[in-house]
Each structure stands twice: as C-alpha cells, then as structure tokens.
Design a protein around this ligand. Structure first.
Ligand code: FES
Length: 145
C-alpha cells in the first residue's frame, strides 16, 4: 500500500499506519491509500490500491476538502503519468503525462491537450475515513470484499 512521508520515527502513525525506518506510514488496512496529513491542499500523490481485485497504481489529488483518485494509467498509450514513482509533472495546475505530454485537469482527470485530448483518466471511488484517503467500500451485495 501507498505510504506517506512522516517524521523519521518508528511506531504507529496517524490512522493506525505503521511508520517505517524511512519515515513513511504504511497503510494499516488494504483500503487505505494515503494519510490526509500527507496530502496537502493542491497535492498530487502516487498510491497503490486494489481496484476490482487487481493491484493498480493510482494518482490521488486534493483540492481543499475534496479528494479524488484516478488510475495512474494514461489513456493515450497506457503508460504511468509520473516520470519516476510519485514524481508528477504539473503545469499551470494541470497534470502532465511524462511520456508524451498529455495534459489533464487535476481534479476531473479530463485531458485538455496532447495526443489523447478529449479522453480522461479512469476515476477510482475514494472517501475519507479516520484521517486517511481510502478506497470507497464496494456496494452491498457486489461480492467484492
Ligand atoms: S502515454 Fe501519456 S501522453 Fe502518451
């Protein structure tokens, strides 16, 4: 699971995550993506989560009290958007794919320029719980844990 940068102390972090020797908080449950403390207003962060039962790289963004997440998979050619894990290119507040320069609105995931203009990142449902951004619970009766 994704982790967030924390003071370099071992132990239990906010929300029950475990602080590693590198100062990151490991998610305490499979649904946890990133601690809200590690996602300041305007931030774009990488995370990993199970979507439809498959481990996927994710992008988590925040604007004020609103948090959204998208698959870290560009609709143009299926590449990750970050130029190295967790390092994203941002231009005028927009997320830029490091592979070929497609430009996405940060909070909607819509591509507004580049080779996949008009397309969009696939959104993943998330919610906030106990100071964490978590994958949204699947609908009752969906059969997904
Ligand atoms: S893979 Fe993102 S612009 Fe080509």
């Amino acid at each position: 699971m994704q982790s967030g940068k924390m003071p370099p102390e071992y132990g239990v972090g906010a929300g029950g995550g475990q602080v590693t020797k590198d100062g990151y908080v490991q998610a305490a449950t499979p649904r946890q993506l990133i601690a809200l403390d590690d996602l300041p207003d305007g931030a774009v962060r990488a995370a990993d989560g199970a979507v439809d039962g498959i481990a996927e790289p994710l992008i988590v963004v925040r604007e004020g009290g609103t948090v959204r997440a998208f698959l870290n998979v560009c609709p143009h050619a299926g590449r990750r958007l970050d130029w190295s894990p967790g390092n994203f290119l941002i231009d005028q507040g927009r997320l830029v794919c490091a592979a070929h320069g497609a430009c996405f609105e940060r909070m909607s995931g819509h591509c507004v320029a580049g080779p996949c203009r008009g397309d969009a990142l696939r959104e993943v449902a998330v919610e906030q719980a106990d100071g964490w951004v978590v994958l949204a619970a699947p609908p009752a009766g969906s059969g997904t844990p």
